[in-house]
Design a protein around this ligand. Structure first.
Ligand code: PDD
Length: 286
C-alpha cells in the first residue's frame, strides 16, 4: 500500500512528496523530530511529545510552525489516512530551504520543512522480544553534548546499532566517563534490591517521554526510584535491566556485554512496568 505522507500542508502519496536538495535538514542535519506510537488507532503520550517538540525547536531558535490543535489534527489524519491500528508516527521539522548551502542560519522568515509519515507495526504492543528480553553491548558515547534536543543527527546511533548487530547483540548502550548515558534510541535502567536506578535528566540524555510516564507510574505503584548514573559493571551485577522508548515501551534487557543480567530472563519489575505503562497509556491515548 502506498503511504500518505504530510509535507508542508499537503497530504500526498509517498512517491509524489518532495523536499529540496538545499533543505538544511538534508545538508546540515538542521532539524528536530518526534516519534509517537499509535495503539488502537490512538496517539500515545501525544501531549508530552508535542511539548518536547516545542522545546527542541526553541533550543535551536526555530519557530513552532503549527498550533497545538493543528499538530493534533495532522497526526490524527495521518493515522486515519494510513489506516494505522498499531504503529508509529514520525514527524520532522527542519530549518527549511534557503535556496543555497550556507553555514549561517537563513533569514527568520524562511519557511521550515514539516514532514510526517507513518509506520504500520501490527503487534507493536505484543513484541515477542518483551518476553525473551534483549541483549546490549556498550559503546563509547561519541555524540554531541546537547542530547536533550531531539535532533535528526542520528548517524552515531545508527553506527552503534550496526556495531551491536556485528557483535551479535540487539542494541547498544552508550558509556561516557565510565557511566551509561542512555541507549542508542532509548533511556536505560537497572533494578537492584528492589530499587529502580536511572540516570538523572541533564543535557547528556534525551528527556524521554516514556521515561517520564514510567517513572510517574512506578512512583504511584510505591516502587523505589533513584535518579543517578550507573556503570556497565553495575548493570551486569543488577537483578534486572530494561529500557524505555516510544517505539519499544518498556523492554527488558537480559544481557550486557555478554554477561547475563539477573536470571538472564526478563524480571518482574520490567514486566510489571510494561504492563502498567501499556494499560495506562492506552487509557489516556487521544
Ligand atoms: N528514540 N534516548 C534517545 C537517544 C532516543 O532516541 C529516544 C527515542 C529515547 C526515548 O525517548 P521517548 O521515550 O520519548 O521515545 C531516549 C525514538 C523512539 C527513535 O528515534 O525512534
Amino acid at each position: 500500500m502506498t503511504r500518505t505522507v504530510y509535507v508542508n500542508g499537503d497530504y500526498l502519496p509517498e512517491d509524489q512528496a518532495k523536499v529540496s536538495v538545499f533543505d538544511r535538514g538534508f545538508l546540515m542535519a538542521d532539524g528536530v523530530y518526534e516519534v509517537t506510537s499509535v495503539l488502537d488507532g490512538r496517539l500515545i503520550d501525544f501531549g508530552a511529545h508535542r511539548a518536547r517538540l516545542k522545546r527542541s525547536l526553541a533550543e535551536l531558535d526555530m519557530a513552532n510552525p503549527l498550533s497545538d490543535d493543528d499538530w493534533l489534527a495532522i497526526h490524527r489524519r495521518m493515522v486515519a489516512d494510513n489506516g494505522i491500528d498499531q504503529g508509529l508516527i514520525y514527524l520532522q521539522v527542519t530549518r527549511g530551504n534557503p535556496g543555497d548551502r550556507d553555514f549561517a542560519y537563513p533569514p527568520k522568515d524562511t519557511a521550515p520543512t514539516v514532514v510526517l509519515f507513518t509506520q504500520s507495526k501490527p503487534g507493536l504492543a505484543d513484541n515477542p522480544a518483551a518476553d525473551t528480553g534483549i541483549s546490549v553491548i556498550s559503546v563509547p558515547d561519541l555524540r554531541w553534548h546537547r542530547r536533550d534536543i531531539k535532533t535528526v543527527q542520528l548517524l552515531y546511533p545508527s553506527m552503534a546499532k550496526m556495531a551491536a548487530k556485528a557483535a551479535g547483540a540487539d542494541d547498544a548502550w552508550f558509556v561516557e566517563d565510565g557511566f551509561v548515558t542512555e541507549g542508542s534510541s532509548n533511556n536505560t535502567y537497572i533494578v537492584k534490591d528492589g530499587v529502580i536506578v536511572t540516570r538523572a535528566l541533564s543535557n547528556d540524555i534525551l528527556h524521554g517521554i516514556t521515561r517520564a510516564a514510567v517513572l510517574r507510574l512506578a512512583h504511584e505503584a510505591q516502587m523505589k526510584i533513584e535518579e543517578r548514573s550507573f556503570t556497565i559493571a553495575e548493570a551486569q551485577a543488577a537483578d534486572e535491566a530494561f529500557f524505555t522508548s516510544a517505539s519499544a515501551f518498556v523492554m527488558p534487557v537480559v544481557s550486557v556485554d555478554g554477561a547475563a543480567v539477573g536470571t538472564g530472563k526478563p524480571g518482574p519489575v520490567a514486566r510489571r512496568l510494561r504492563e502498567i505503562y501499556l494499560e495506562e497509556s492506552r487509557k489516556a491515548a487521544v
